[in-house]
Design a protein around this ligand. Sequence first.
Ligand code: ADP
Ligand code: MG
Length: 339
Amino acid sequence: MNKKGSKELPSVLDIPDLKGKRVLVRVDWNVPMHNGKVLGDFRIKKTMPTLEYLENAGAQVLIATHLTNGSIDALDPFVPEGMRLLANLRDDPGEVENSVKFARSLAKQADIYVNEAFSASHRKHASIVGVPQLLPSYAGIQFKLEVKELSRLFKPKHPFLFILGGAKFETKIPLIKKFTKIADHIFIGGAVANTFFRAQGRDIGKSLASEHDFDAKELLELFNTKKIILPEDTVVDGGKILDIGPRSAESLKQKILEAEVVLWNGPMGNYELGYKVGTLKVGKLIADFAKESIVGGGDTLTALRELNLHHEFSFVSTGGGAMLDFLAKGTLPGIEALK
Ligand code: ADP
Ligand code: MG
């Protein structure tokens, strides 16, 4: 018997007989919207191969998603003909509470469950971990690909360069800890760098840094690995560090050229306020020079879409927080639920 952790994920492509079967597909169509219009359909598009496969195999497809920033009707145009989209999963408090009652109400509408919501699979919600206990359950095509591509980073080719930015320090520190053991270099930009500058005793003024006062000693120990590279110059405005500077981006070029694999998560600066040059430069360098590039993160994808760079990488993960959790822990509740 396989150990739990290493057991193969059952794939939607291995379901023996789909003809006439009712298949509930959990997707993550919780996409960015504004004034009722979908701004980015990347995550939606990535679910289509699974939906079409099921349809072509003769299944009756039921699609379920949560949505946090708009009305579920806005998603109707994306529902392929012949399929049905259920009500917003979050309309029922049982979804987030992972109530058995809600899981049962979903499961009784289907014969088979497919998880094609990798980006929601870090959450122990009813549609992610509850339903798979009640129905034969499988991973979608993109879901399997996410697990495969991201898992390769645990035993990467070298040199392996990890470029990390963004702001949510709490979600990034476990990654830094883990990848100081795996990567050859970790370049840290964004507001995450500010927290490290502070730990070094530098005055960061009013710059955004982690609220939580991280143990400076712990952070400084990470420096002892000699793998962490901080920006050598920054863009400062109104007493705040808001982006990496031009020299930092330029120095990264050499590291990107040398690397066999580059993993990138997190914008290099406060791009929403216009400090996007660092993110654009780093994105373009990776796109132009990396042999292999793996990119992901909620805000990272938003920035890439704005900069029109999202087609330029070897693999773009649909996972935001889920990707970070998977990279940090090697699995997710939604993965374990399928085993
Ligand atoms: P992701 O979702 O890609 O993992 P995060 O959520 O960790 O990334 O962080 C993204 C946020 O970090 C963006 O809102 C961006 O503006 C912000 N950010 C990056 N650098 C800075 C900085 N120097 N100062 C303030 N905010 C920053
Ligand atoms: Mg984010």
